[in-house]
Design a protein around this ligand. Structure first.
Ligand code: NI
Length: 245
């Protein structure tokens, strides 16, 4: 069940059956010469859609713009500052909590969002603590690319070529649904460098084509279908644990 395609009476009725909602969160940022700029938003959206095929779940609109300041030296990247993303996540959580949602499960597609989303969760808890009213809302961040099944399969399929940005795993996952998005572009060097992340100019200097340690050209729709299955299983297992706590 998708929030955007629902009416308010349908959401009221859903809340009688469940207090759980899944929120895909990603980023709009360069993914090397072959990965689409939407990769990090499309991946969690694909995983969330797969989850909703297997059990009754409400899926919120994807938060497609994240904390990607280090990619801003590449054309097309759009970023929020950490402080802005914190405000966005807090407002989304408080909107949903106001309707009675109690379990809000974020499926995240971008490593650069992790620290900021966790800080946003702390803001929500701090608000509840300082008001003295407490909060019924429970929050979980699930990074699809770090799930147990996905990590194992990525190692098996791509080994060291997985890297950490514009990875063959994330590009494969997108190709599993959008096969027409495949780019036939030669990449040089085969395995690009990996360096600490600082500001955007430094990032482009350290990673000239935008990839971090990733052999992006190993990606395929066929691998993507296996990764999608693993990612959906990881996310559903994490959700099950989350709602039982
Ligand atoms: Ni990515």
């Amino acid at each position: 069940m998708n929030l955007q395609f629902s009416t308010w009476p349908e959401i009221e009725a859903y809340l009688q059956r469940s207090r759980c909602i899944v929120v895909p969160i990603g980023s709009t940022e360069q993914h090397g010469p072959t990965g689409m700029i939407g990769t990090d938003a499309l991946c969690p959206e694909i995983v969330a859609a797969g989850m909703a095929q297997q059990r009754e779940l409400l899926i919120a609109p994807t938060l497609s713009i994240g904390m990607a300041q280090h990619h801003l030296a590449f054309a097309g990247t759009i970023s929020l500052r950490p402080s802005t993303l914190i405000r966005v996540v807090v407002d989304v959580v408080e909107s949903l909590a106001g309707h009675g949602f109690e379990h809000i499960f974020f499926v995240n597609g971008h490593g650069g969002n992790i620290a900021t989303v966790q800080a946003a969760f702390s803001e929500v808890w701090a608000g509840a603590s300082f008001s003295g009213r407490g909060s019924a809302v429970k929050l979980q961040l699930h990074n699809w690319f770090q799930g147990q099944r996905v990590a194992k399969l990525s190692r098996e399929l791509f080994g060291d070529g997985e890297g950490s940005h514009a990875t063959p795993s994330e590009i494969s996952l997108v190709l599993s649904v959008y096969a027409e998005a495949a780019r036939d572009v030669a990449l040089d060097p085969d395995i690009p460098p990996t360096a600490p992340i600082r500001d955007a100019r430094d990032f482009r200097h350290q990673h000239p084509d935008g990839r971090m340690g990733a052999r992006s050209n190993l990606a395929s729709a066929k691998y993507g279908r296996r990764l999608r299955e693993a990612a959906v299983a990881d996310a559903l297992a994490a959700l099950k644990r989350f709602v039982s706590l």
